[in-house]
Design a protein around this ligand. Structure first.
Ligand code: CP3
Length: 344
């Protein structure tokens, strides 16, 4: 088959296996980089960094200056959507995101009309990145999937079990569905805008696809992801999408069939053999090194990285972590990992 694109990572998303897997790292721009911490310290707040194209471009490109990565991922956050809808969102140092938790009335007061103009700086960041990136690098856009974003909007902060949002979904089904509808529609607008501004592919981060029974998984995870992929492709035909339902476990195959994503992000708790036994061999997968192995480095990292490359050698595979890189990660370990993936 003739190459569909000269970008190896995008080609892999589209189903073309490469000789060696292309690589990017979830959350590759961030606090493990001293240059990120420096830019961050010079900026007022985290959201200001996301909404200032000059700084967001700089921070997006920082990891590509150090490492031979195949993609840049837009520097932004999944919580810019609640912010754009008018909910109060703050990032307190050392505490993670803090939102004014939504109740039923709060859902009614979300304002979709202002959202895209609020997010205009993000589109400008993408246009600048498109112009700055070498032709062989893939530009990844993203948003949070509705359920994951809703867990923060309803709970007001991250939580280990998403209790508040799970309870709200069962107790207030109509209000919950209204919130999901708003998030689906806003995400479609946002992702279509990202493609128009130059993104090659987008990833839907469903970081909290775990802790749900079958019916809740179908309603809260699969259906909103499916509607976004469908709605997006009505606006951007054949838009390439990476799904990342972290913790979906036994529901991975159902998720991939229901949503029609091109590639599936695999978390690090999912066995390689399980993926190969349950997902069609032509489906691209992305992952799935434990970020902790990248912190520890050495054999703990290299053995598993090789097992992943070997395990996915017969299918389109994008090397990545199975969740985001953490601030404790030594830069030398990232250098070694990229070297190992590229050259063995
Ligand atoms: O990958 C990249 O380099 C692009 C930027 C990016 C950020 N957040 C920047 C960020 C991406 C893709 C995200 C996604 C994101 N944000 C997710 C999904 C992925 C995942 O890890 O599960 C989630 C759940 C969030 C919400 C969020 N934003 C949290 C929970 C936190 C605080 C804790 C943490 O992990 O850092 C953030 C803040 C945030 N987003 C930072 C960065 C670089 C650190 C903020 C700072 O500099 O103070």
């Amino acid at each position: 088959m003739a190459p569909v694109t000269h970008k190896p990572l995008l080609a892999t998303v589209l189903g073309q296996r490469q000789e060696r897997p292309p690589i990017w790292i979830m959350r590759q721009a961030g606090r493990y980089l001293p240059e990120y911490r420096q830019t961050r310290a010079q900026t007022g707040g985290f959201l200001e960094l996301c909404y200032t194209p000059e700084l967001a471009v700089e921070v997006t490109l920082q990891p590509l200056r150090r490492f031979d990565l195949d993609a840049a991922i837009l520097f932004s956050d999944i919580l810019v959507i609640p912010d754009a809808l008018g909910q109060s969102v703050r990032f307190a140092t050392g505490e993670g995101p803090l939102l004014e938790p939504l109740d039923e009335k709060g859902i009614d007061s979300l304002d979709r009309d202002r959202a895209m103009s609020h997010l205009a700086p993000v589109f400008e960041t993408l246009r600048r990145l498109r112009a700055a990136l070498p032709a062989e690098k893939t530009l990844i856009g993203f948003c949070g999937a509705p359920w994951t974003v809703a867990t923060y909007m309803l709970g007001g902060r991250g939580s280990p079990d998403q209790w508040t949002a799970r309870r709200f979904a069962l107790e207030h089904p109509e209000a919950f569905d209204k919130l999901i509808d708003i998030l689906v529609d806003t995400s479609i607008d946002y992702l279509a805008g990202q493609f128009e501004a130059g993104a090659d592919v987008v990833q839907l981060f469903e970081s909290w696809a775990l802790n749900l029974d079958d019916a809740s998984f179908a309603r809260q995870v699969m259906e909103p992801n499916r509607r976004i992929v469908e709605g997006l492709r009505q606006r951007v035909p054949d838009a390439p999408v990476i799904g990342f339902p972290r913790g979906a476990a036994g529901n991975l195959r159902r998720f991939s069939e229901a949503t029609g994503v091109n590639a599936l992000g695999i978390d690090f708790a999912t066995p390689i053999e399980f993926v190969n036994a349950h997902l069609p061999p032509e489906l691209a997968v992305q992952g799935n090194l434990d970020p902790l192995r990248l912190v520890v480095g050495g054999e703990a990292m290299e053995r598993q990285a090789r097992a992943i490359i070997q395990g996915f050698a017969n299918r389109p595979h994008i090397f990545n972590l199975g969740h985001g890189i953490v601030p404790e990660t030594p830069i030398a370990h990232v250098e070694r990992l990229v070297e190992l993936v590229k050259r063995g």
